[in-house]
Design a protein around this ligand. Sequence first.
Ligand code: F6P
Length: 470
Amino acid sequence: MSKTIIISNRLPVKISKNKGKYVLTKSEGGLATGLGDVYKNGSMLWVGWPGIEIPEKDQPQIAKQLASLNLIPVFLTQEEINLFYEGFSNEVLWPVFHYLVTYARFEQTYWDSYVAVNEKFAAATQNAFNEGDKIWIQDYQLLCLPSLLRERLTDTTIGFFQHIPFPSFEIFRLIPWRDKLIEGMLGADLIGFHTYDDVRHFLSAASRLTPVTFSSNIISKNNRQIIVEPFPMGIDYDKFEKLPLQRQVLAEIDNFNNEKSGRIALSIDRLDYSKGILERIRAFELLLQLHPKFIGEISLFMIVVPSRDTVPQYKELKEKIDQLVGNINAKYRTLDWVPINYFYRSFSIETLSAMYSVADICLVTPMRDGMNLVSKEYVASRRDDTGVLILSEMAGASKELNDAIIVNPNNIGDIMNAIVEALTMPVEEQKRRMQLMRALVSKFNVKRWVSNFLSRMDDTKLLQHSLKTK
Ligand code: F6P
């Protein structure tokens, strides 16, 4: 039976070492959370890196364990982790694609390793491939992979989806290897992004950097048609909707409600400078400064999930957050109230669900974000239709969730005003907005996203055949 092979840098599970033993846990991040459950339902195989360097002698044992979960590991050496993952992926592509170009370090060794590791992924995929299989590549760590696989598996259906923004051409052109990146992506038959703006930016970059012809969103390259389209990713709505009914979650909700003093604004992010964490904290401080009546009335529950903490800018950010939160808490706390409840760790999905359920406000204010699934998880969790979502206009989700309070994340006063508006919003208005957003998140869920993308991959092949036989 033919299957779909999903390929991403990280597998949906990661391996860590505890007391000399290997342990499997769920990976963090939008991609793993969004697709991690879906792949189990279909006839799918997932190729990716298990998250740490594993000595060669242990690799066969790990590969066997993962194979039972339909997962195929690509093992990376520590040097590859440094140069390909931390280097090119997270010190070049990540900052540039999030418009933070001053954070980028354009090192030739990073690029060389990026190409070499993409080739490693190509070899692993080719090994797992059987005639008739479809290939679906995920995200910015693997931009060269579509072409590398096209060279090896000429007629195969290859899709590529990018989970982070694609920047405007004037930003993208700063990357020394820009044309090779576009060439790499054009090996796919279908190229997807979260938003129409990302599509526009990609088409603009492709038209300026490669000799291709265009008709609307269809690119022709060497007589092969490539469709470029937006596919806004959804979440598993039913799962988040039902979680608050589970006994463990109900107990945690009760606990929170008994312990909390005042109302709660919640934020959940991976540690990342693109997430606007410092600006959000400053906006909260401004609220306490300019509207002291809210002191003791609202606290910020801020969950920061550890991530990429070996990359220098992430370390610095962590220190700044620690310092800022410490200062604000020291200045404003009272004997029975803390302004910012800050957690630097990850939580179980049950605890997150309980937090979504008790949070009067959810603050999602990234400086730039491909989609942001936390905003959708909050909406899906609000079973009684109350609660207010404050959402950055720079997150892909803002194109869909128009009934959130939309803010510019660079404008701290704007975020503060949004918090005041949320705190004073009548329940009827909260419900009106939340119902509209819940209907949308429920309809455009992750299952629909996967099936749309996969069936569009088939359409692309049909288009190519029909044009060939004309
Ligand atoms: O959703 C974007 C993304 O970069 C994914 O590609 C990635 O798996 C996730 O965030 C978490 O990042 P990392 O794998 O670097 O921890």
